[in-house]
Design a protein around this ligand. Structure first.
Ligand code: ZN
Length: 417
């Protein structure tokens, strides 16, 4: 059963959204009041609503004037950005995000998220301000090949001991250090916090190998909802304790109905605090399940097991190939990096899975392709003959210039608009 205070907070955010935002007034017109028991009946907030109710199509989603706030961009494309508004209030008391990595004022943090309007960077900086530590706002471009040596010097000069960034960026940094040999040992990184992308168990394993002894944790967040979950020291890679200002539901992605207790489905989030741009029942497009198993730390709420994006598994002729299966297959090859891409495409009218993997070494070990292919086949339910593995040079997979992320899963069989 949901506790009373959560019920009250749900009522409050519903009332606030309905009374102050033109969009929610219409969206919730059939409902006068809600409680924790019928909250699931409210319609979802979906990306299409965000587009229709933010500039240039008005500000229907906002509860007041767009003043004293930050505007962030998420998803979409450069031609069709999706705007998210955050008030200064939304950034307050967020140093709790760093509980999992035990951030202290004496820590020296490199913020390697993408600077600019893309969600992460500014949010991390604002939260870091509260934590009281030294902040080096480097941004992900600081690790581009032409800047990386200068960045290493800055990190050394400032005795940086903590890295924040998307897994793609941190992995790329690890690859570089690994190639340099003993420099990695000298980097003295003690804590790493990732976010913005799913980190697989094997990606984490790779980072642990390069940054020996570092505490590696991640946060689960979306730009729309802000940070949702954190990892205490005891949680496994894809598990997150939920912050008490986030209310999570798990629904069937097709029907939108709540799934049975403990079952997997799409994650729907309500932020109980956000006021300038309320987020009520936002369909995240992420897949997970909630468990109530008690953790050995002092946290006593629900724990989310996150399986990634709805589209992070490719179905090739009836066989599911999840991102994790490929990540795991790569682990046994030290010359290969955890920066890879899975593409489903049509070849000779048949579905084919193309896996492109970056190497860690100077020479591209193309001969490994066959072995990787058989490893992937061992990790999936049915062996596929139509997998092609391509080993490519370090730093060669295209990444999104703004977010710094690699498009890890792409389906080229469908038309993408
Ligand atoms: Zn815990």
């Amino acid at each position: 059963m949901k506790n009373k205070s959560t019920g009250k907070r749900l009522e409050k955010i519903f009332e606030f959204a309905k009374n102050n935002s033109a969009f929610y007034k219409k969206h919730f017109k059939k409902f006068n009041t809600v409680s924790a028991l019928n909250f699931y009946k409210l319609p979802f907030l979906e990306s299409k609503h965000l587009y229709k109710n933010t500039p240039p199509n008005g500000i229907g989603l906002l509860s007041g004037p767009a003043k004293n706030c930050y505007v962030l961009i998420t998803g979409g494309t450069a031609k069709k950005p999706k705007y998210v508004f955050r008030s200064m209030e939304d950034f307050k008391e967020k140093s709790k995000y760093f509980k999992g990595i035990k951030l202290k004022p004496s820590d020296r943090v490199a913020n390697l998220f993408s600077a600019g309007m893309w969600g992460g960077f500014i949010s991390w900086n604002k939260s870091l301000e509260e934590a009281g530590c030294l902040i080096a706002p480097l941004g992900h471009v600081s690790l581009e090949p032409e800047n990386i040596e200068a960045t290493l010097k800055i990190m050394k000069d400032l005795k940086i001991n903590t890295l924040f960034g998307v897994p793609t960026t941190i992995i790329r940094f690890a690859q570089y250090l690994e190639k340099k040999g003993n420099k990695a040992k000298k980097s003295k990184i003690e804590k790493i916090l990732t976010g913005g992308e799913l980190i697989t168990k094997d990606m984490q394993k790779y980072l642990s190998k390069v940054f020996k002894g570092a505490l590696i944790r991640s946060l689960y967040a979306t730009t729309e909802t802000a940070v949702i979950g954190f990892q205490c020291e005891r949680l496994k890679t894809n598990r997150y304790h939920i912050f008490d200002n986030q209310y999570l539901e798990i629904v069937d992605p097709q029907t939108g109905k709540p799934t049975e207790k403990g079952r997997t489905g799409e994650i729907v989030v309500t932020n109980l605090d956000k006021r300038l741009m309320p987020v009520v029942r936002f369909k995240t497009g992420d897949i997970g399940r909630l468990t109530e198993k008690k953790c050995k730390c002092d946290y006593c709420g629900k724990t989310l097991e996150l399986f990634g994006r709805l589209d992070s598994t490719l179905c090739i002729e009836g066989t599911n190939v999840p991102l994790n299966a490929v990540s795991e297959a790569i682990t046994s090859f030290p010359r290969l990096s955890q920066n890879f891409q899975m593409v489903a495409r049509k070849k000779n009218k048949k579905d084919q899975l193309l896996v492109k993997i970056e190497t860690n070494s100077k020479k591209v070990p193309t001969a490994l392709a066959r072995k990787v292919k058989s490893k992937i086949n061992k990790n999936i339910s049915e062996s596929l003959s139509n997998i092609e593995v391509e080993i490519v040079a370090e730093n060669s997979l295209p990444k999104n210039k703004t977010s710094g992320k690699i498009a890890r899963v792409a389906d080229k069989r469908r038309k993408v608009f």
